[in-house]
Design a protein around this ligand. Structure first.
Ligand code: ADP
Ligand code: MG
Length: 444
């Protein structure tokens, strides 16, 4: 079965990536089940890479073949035994490692507080997470961590989980998507009591990517009751999101207000020194050697998404192994350049409209309308400016997109924004932040 699935995958992804990453995997026949497929990778970076790049695809291919969509787990070979998080109240026994955790979610053992590099960008989030891990349910309940893609939110959630598994606490880690899928599954099968038992009997509930609650009324209702039950019993809840609760659209007021009961902390994009320290730490943990000069180059030229930076490290390392030579600055430059190019090729004007309208508080339809209201005109100009710098669209094609007469309107918008950037530092910062949000959103 797995061979067939990998064959299908092979047809869907670039040959070189298949050779480089997928071929390094081995499948755990014995431990896998219909709802969970377990693979092993030679090191944490490849594991992470496969999981984020191909996890969904793999899961989908399994579903095609078996009718069941499994959770894909990619672990590091020879690392310590997997740590399934205890899920059911019946086994509230000793070790926190339960044998019959048929739907166990897996904590990544390499995401710990020790492997997390602290800098001023993430210091508050780190400290709050550590406090909560040490004294769950006592202070800061719930803890709400928000910030852009690849800044370490999920890492901190796992760290809280790992810390407490070691202390025999019942920990549940779940993405909101998984929570939602399980909820609908149990609802359909009339087994809601099992679902509720599970989620309402843990000591610590770690909920990742809560922004997906947006407009999911039934899931929100269920989570509301789960929240009350846990919180009322002094159990800890930790959530992450890419946005402040105030900015999550279509979120019930009563839930939003509960999210704000405890502590809300954000993670900012890392400063250069933190990026450098993270790269060094990743190399050290994975036994990879990269010269300082190259580390500095990567840190200075890559964006702020650490996941992407890890991608670069893996590619460099894979190359060095394949060619049996050390990594040169020249090669690193090439890999970074390609990555940046690939990223910008994937951005569309719609992506830009989506992010800009959210951040600037106007509707996407307004941006594309002919409205002359000041706020909308400015938002439209910003979108045009960003589309010119982040996508390969020409001025005429942008004019067409916005239903403008010809490209002179586009160049006028560009001129206005350029003037404002020159004049106003704050405005410049705002544009840079937007640009960052767009590029990191597309990479996810
Ligand atoms: P998010 O959930 O915010 O999108 P993740 O927690 O998945 O981001 O982080 C992406 C990758 O970057 C992970 O492999 C994580 O280990 C790494 N990472 C992010 N921030 C740090 C940090 N401060 N120290 C070490 N690794 C980090
Ligand atoms: Mg995450």
């Amino acid at each position: 079965l797995v061979d067939k699935i990998l064959d299908l995958l092979k047809q869907e992804i670039p040959q070189i990536e298949f050779e480089r990453y997928i071929k390094q995997l081995s499948y755990d026949e014995e431990a896998s089940r219909s709802d969970i497929a377990i693979f092993y990778a030679p090191n944490p970076l490849v594991a992470r890479w496969v999981k984020t790049r191909y996890g969904d695809k793999l899961s989908h291919l399994f579903e095609l073949k078996t009718g069941i969509k499994p959770q894909i787990v990619v672990e590091v070979k020879n690392s310590k035994k997997r740590v399934p998080v205890q899920q059911t109240s019946e086994n509230s026994t000793d070790t926190g490692v339960s044998k019959n955790s048929s739907k166990s979610t897996i904590l990544n053992p390499s995401y710990t507080f020790e492997s997390f590099v602290v800098g001023s960008s993430n210091q508050f989030a780190y400290t709050a997470a550590l406090r909560v891990a040490e004294k769950p349910g006592v202070q800061y309940n719930p803890l709400f961590i928000y910030g852009g893609a690849g800044l370490g939110k999920t890492h901190l959630l796992h760290a809280i989980g790992n810390f407490n598994l070691a202390r025999n606490k019942q920990v549940i880690f779940t993405s909101l998507e998984q929570f939602m899928n399980q909820f609908t599954h149990h609802l359909r099968n009339g087994t809601m009591d099992r679902f509720r038992d599970k989620y309402r009997s843990c000591d610590i509930l770690l909920l990742d990517d809560i922004q997906f609650l947006s407009r999911k009324e039934e899931t929100q209702k269920e989570l509301f009751h789960t929240f009350n039950e846990l919180h009322g019993n002094g159990k800890q809840i930790v959530m992450t999101s890419d946005q402040h609760p105030k900015k999550i659209a279509g979120l019930e007021e009563r839930l939003r207000s509960r999210f704000e009961w405890g502590l809300i902390v954000d993670i900012q994009p890392p400063e250069l020194e933190t990026k450098i320290a993270i790269i060094k730490k990743k190399c050290e943990l994975n036994g990879i050697h990269i010269d300082n000069e190259i580390v500095n180059y990567i840190a200075a030229n890559m964006g702020n998404n650490i996941r992407e930076i890890e991608g670069i490290i893996i590619q460099l390392n894979a190359f060095a192994n394949m060619m049996n030579q050390s990594i040169t600055l020249e090669f690193a430059k090439n890999v970074v350049k390609n990555q940046i190019k690939e990223r910008s090729e994937n951005i569309t004007i719609d992506d830009i409209v989506k992010v800009a309208s959210r951040e600037l508080n106007v509707k996407p339809s307004e941006i594309k309308s002919k409205s002359r209201s000041r706020k909308i005109v400015e938002a439209r100009r910003i979108v045009i400016y960003l589309a010119r710098s982040l996508t390969p669209n020409s001025m005429p094609s942008l004019a067409q997109y916005f239903g403008m007469k010809d490209h002179t309107a586009v160049s006028h918008a560009m001129k206005k924004i350029n003037e404002m950037i020159d004049k106003d530092e704050n405005f410049k910062a705002k544009i840079e932040e937007l640009s960052h949000k767009i590029t990191s959103a597309t990479v996810e």
